[in-house]
Design a protein around this ligand. Structure first.
Ligand SMILES: [Zn+2]
Length: 440
């Protein structure tokens, strides 16, 4: 099946950066066959992109889509109080709850231009054919692309850990070969995951040829407790356990020291910054300019709805372009193109898909979005890249294509019954969140 996107302004990238060109894009099955003016393809379905920007779909490099039902639930709390409050609800979540909550997150992500997300979830799907199989089931049902990790904590040899590890690798085996699904291990954090567990997960990564994602140096309290208990920064501590010997996406890294940054650059660790979550939880600002100067691959994530409270990557790009300037008192600290890189090509690199995702070129996977430029926030069209980062709010996303399949057209989703998802999520909230509120 071929799809021809005609008459659009196409956002392209080469060695010198981003540029826009009037062009057509031809999709053949799951990949982009050609990007060139005046293309023709017999039998192709045609999308008229006149007045629209055709650009790569955004990659959310760190989120917890299962937490979408926590939206507006645990606000204005200190980090560990917040964590405690949401975890009490999560104890009651079933695999099916995770499916619906993830799907709610996917609706929001698709409607705001995200075509791929790196997820850390809390339960692994144990039945591939089950209609409501946790996060993996939601990804397959919706048509979005994702890298799923299961957040694991504790020690490696407890009965519970052995069971959870078994479930995690079983899910990886069950869904092996699904083109839109990748897996990583997800050790939650150095303060929640003991050394032997970090080592075990890293060994498993090596055996399976996969990476891992972990929260690192997110809060001042984490820094203080790791310094006191381990005598090292969280980043140096996990490196000593061998965690960086496989590809890693390290979320947050707000308190990374200069030595940490040098270490991460040397070990080719990708950092997923989450500016809105870090501000909301009062954690501060990651040293983004230092990461970029050291050559660290910096990508962008929203974190979960429990701490953001939305999964809108346009909002996140906007925040990233503003807050680090403000924190550094330096307008050149992070530019619009830097931020667009974080949300596209850098995210692709972090998940091992450089050249295949995050940019529009022949041979790349057909994950792309169409942005309506006929809206006040893009007029006048002085600089489209600035528009995407500084004035867009995500509502301009008109069409979303993932793996060559149209998942949204004219802002209508083609694979998800939105009302059903909203109904299910309201029922879950009534059962889980309101029960907690009554206990208090
Ligand atoms: Zn997180």
């Amino acid at each position: 099946m071929k799809t021809l996107i005609r008459n659009g302004l196409v956002l392209l990238r080469d060695g010198s950066g981003w540029r826009c060109e009037k062009s057509d894009v031809l999709i053949d099955e799951t990949r982009i066959a050609s990007v060139a003016p005046s293309l023709a393809a017999e039998g192709a379905s045609v999308i008229d992109a006149a007045g629209k920007l055709v650009m790569p779909g955004l990659i959310n490099a760190h989120t917890h889509a299962y937490m979408t039902i926590h939206r507006n639930y645990a606000d204005d709390l200190a980090f560990f109080d917040w964590l405690d409050k949401v975890q009490r609800v999560e104890d009651g979540m079933t695999e099916e709850d995770i499916y619906w909550s993830t799907l709610l997150g996917v609706i929001e992500m698709l409607k705001t231009g995200t075509t791929c997300f790196v997820d850390m979830t809390i339960k692994s799907a144990q039945e591939k054919t089950g209609p409501r199989s946790a996060a993996a089931g939601a990804v397959l049902a919706s048509g979005i692309r994702a890298v799923i990790s299961r957040g694991l904590a504790g020690v490696s040899d407890s009965e519970e850990s052995i069971m959870k590890f078994g479930q995690t690798v079983r899910e990886m085996d069950l869904f092996a070969g699904e083109s839109r699904l990748q897996f990583m291990h997800g050790p939650h954090a150095p303060y929640s995951c003991m050394a032997d567990y970090l080592q075990k997960l890293t060994r498993s990564c090596k055996e399976r040829g996969i990476g891992q994602t972990i929260h690192l140096s997110e809060s001042r309290a984490e820094m203080d407790s790791m310094e006191k208990e381990k005598g090292a920064t969280p980043i140096q501590y996990v490196d000593a356990q061998g965690v960086f010997d496989v590809p890693v996406i390290a979320a947050h890294c707000v308190y990374a020291t200069d030595d940490d940054i040098r270490l991460m650059a040397a070990k080719r660790v990708s950092v997923a910054i989450n500016p809105k979550s870090n501000m909301k939880l009062g954690n501060g600002f990651a040293p983004v300019r230092k990461f970029l100067d050291a050559g660290v691959n910096v990508c962008l994530g929203t974190d979960g709805c429990g701490s953001n409270n939305c999964l809108n990557m346009f909002q996140e790009m906007n925040a990233a372009a503003l807050v680090y300037k403000g924190a550094a008192r330096q307008a050149q600290c992070v530019g619009a193109a830097d931020v667009l890189n974080m949300a596209t090509v850098n995210g692709a690199k972090a998940i091992g898909r450089a050249g295949e995702l995050g940019e529009l070129r022949a041979g790349a996977l057909a994950d792309l979005i169409l942005i309506d430029l006929n809206v006040p926030q893009f007029i006048p069209a002085n600089n489209v890249i600035s528009g995407l980062v500084y004035s867009s709010n995500g509502s301009e996303v008109d069409t979303v294509i993932v793996d060559g399949r149209v998942l949204m057209r004219g802002r209508r989703l083609t694979t998800i019954d939105e009302e059903e998802v909203y109904r299910e999520c309201r029922a879950i909230t009534e059962r889980l969140h309101m029960a907690q509120t009554e206990k208090i």
